[in-house]
Ligand binder design. Structure first.
Ligand code: GLN
Length: 503
């Protein structure tokens, strides 16, 4: 018989979010003890470079308040559960940098809606997590911020092999969850930044339908694509967190959808007998590494054992998602990032001759190479004469990509495939080659461009013992079905329960 998950049988950092909520309300452990345990772990594992801000007193004060609410019977659904936020969400009590020199040391006067909604359910914040600058990247090598415990800027390390990247842009979130420095974390996904790092670090992550979680207080990268979501060890924990994160925010985010809050845990255990899983042929072509293919095929076999049916489908414009995304995302970024001009907030150059010189020097000093590259591409594709040839064409193909999914969903309920063509690569391997990074986004970009919900679940290990994630994509507002599909797999397998050595 397996022992129940409780503080007496497990180390606190091995407990799921769900088990922690039970232990906390049953007063088997206090929120202060839990918070202190995870704070100690993050301090003991600064070699990963996952955290960029830790404030022990702030966290412990939040934990004391959670204990008080548990004592007086006003506990929220996640009362006392510690989590950490990707440093792209603005926070009043912690610094917000978005991984950029431009915002070094910046303190926001308010909390992002997602942060506030989690806090309203009693979540305790452990700190802020490293990410690629303005969420642009796939490896975390684009961070410009020095992590806690480091003396210079270093990329986040993957706890499964510290010479490898954790993925990006939510790499700090994925590494921290995988190393059990936090039970869960927030992330954001513009073109794959929740799914890909979750895959590379062997954890579970979900990006909801575009518009389901408020973007208010998420430092903007590409507004028509950016979405927040949870990263945790299991689909069950993701469901708990996502239920607290989603919901309309009409006064603060004009693209927030008028779709009511939902309890995503309700249908987690529903049968998946007869579920039709679409297998896009374009996701299994030549570019897919053998180790990833083997792990995915193994998972698909398991789904068949669970009663699902595999249905071949086609997403014929998969390859086009790369040029389309790398036109639209930089276009939106070049516009969003124009606010960083040294006037209102953030970095301002010290020595300048006039206003134009101040703008130039501020932006030259404040932005890193990848961000500059995207601002230039974005300004170019939006400029007179090129707008029709690039931006408008990209928008048209984006619509076709979304339509392809609607045709596919006529024959299937969810779509499954790889998250990335390979496992996590070595630090430095692609750092001089932006295009090599862009190409590795091929399987996450189509779902992003269509605004669909998507997730990554661990399904095995590949080359070098690195984790492999499988992507599940659903139609609009099918988060509950995705989580159910993932949870049934995780009840039958234990890929999500493996721990990297030393953690
Ligand atoms: N890797 C993609 C990019 O560099 C996606 C990033 C993201 O989803 N934030 O833009």
């Amino acid at each position: 018989m397996t022992q129940p998950e409780s503080p007496s049988t497990h180390a606190l950092h091995d407990l799921s979010v769900r088990a922690l909520t039970h232990a906390l309300v049953a007063k088997q452990v206090s929120a202060v003890e839990v918070a202190q345990h995870f704070l100690d772990r993050s301090q003991a594992h600064t070699e990963l470079g996952a955290f960029v801000d830790i404030r022990t007193e702030t966290t412990l004060a939040q934990a004391r308040a959670a204990d008080a609410r548990i004592a007086n019977g006003t506990a929220g659904a996640l009362e006392g559960v510690p989590i950490a936020h990707k440093d792209i969400f603005v926070t009043r009590d912690f610094v917000t940098t978005a991984g950029s020199r431009m915002l070094k040391g910046y303190r926001s006067p308010f909390d992002a809606t997602v942060v506030a909604k989690l806090a309203a359910q009693g979540v305790v914040t452990l700190g802020k997590l490293n990410c690629d600058e303005f969420a642009m990247g796939s490896s975390n090598e684009n961070t410009a911020i020095c992590a806690v415990g480091q003396d210079h800027v270093v990329p986040v390390r993957n706890p499964w092999n510290t010479n490898r990247i954790p993925g990006g842009s939510s790499g700090g979130s994925a590494a921290a969850v995988a190393a059990r420095l936090t039970p869960a974390a927030t992330g954001t996904d513009t073109g794959g930044s929740i799914r890909q790092p979750a895959s590379f670090c062997g954890i579970t992550g979900i990006k909801p339908t575009y518009g389901r979680a408020s973007r208010y207080g998420m430092v903007a990268f590409a507004s028509s694509l950016d979405q927040a979501g949870p990263m945790a060890r299991s689909a069950q924990d993701c469901a708990l967190l996502l239920s607290a994160m989603c919901g309309p925010d009409p006064d603060r985010d004009s693209t927030s959808l008028d779709v009511p809050e939902e309890d995503f845990t309700r249908t987690l255990s529903a049968s998946i007998e007869g579920l039709r899983i679409g297998i896009p042929e374009e996701f299994f072509g030549e570019g897919l590494a053998d180790d990833v293919r083997t792990a995915i095929n193994g998972a698909l076999k398991e789904y068949e054992r669970l009663g699902a049916k595999l249905v071949p489908i086609s997403l014929p414009r998969t390859e086009l998602s790369i040029p389309v995304y790398y036109i639209i995302a930089p276009a939106e970024a070049s516009s969003n990032l124009s606010r960083f001009d040294g006037v209102k907030f953030g970095h301002r150059a010290k020595n300048y001759t006039d206003l134009a010189d101040m703008y130039k020097k501020t932006r030259a000093e404040g932005f890193g190479d990848e961000v500059k590259r995207r601002i230039m591409i974005g300004a170019y594709v939006l400029s007179h004469g090129y707008y029709d040839a690039y931006y408008l064409q990209a928008q048209k193909i984006r619509r076709m990509i979304a339509d392809d999914f609607q045709s596919a969903f006529k024959n299937c309920d969810v779509i499954a495939g790889p998250v990335a063509p390979t496992v996590a690569w070595k630090i430095g391997e692609k750092s001089d080659d932006p295009v090599a990074n862009y190409l590795a986004d091929i399987f996450t970009l189509p779902g992003s461009l269509a605004g669909l919900p998507g997730m990554s679940i661990p399904v095995g290990f590949g080359e070098g013992g690195m984790p492999v994630g499988m992507q599940l994509l659903g139609n609009y507002f099918q988060e509950a079905r995705l989580l159910n599909t993932a949870h049934r797999f995780q009840q039958a397998t234990d890929w999500h329960a493996h721990t990297p050595e030393g953690f």
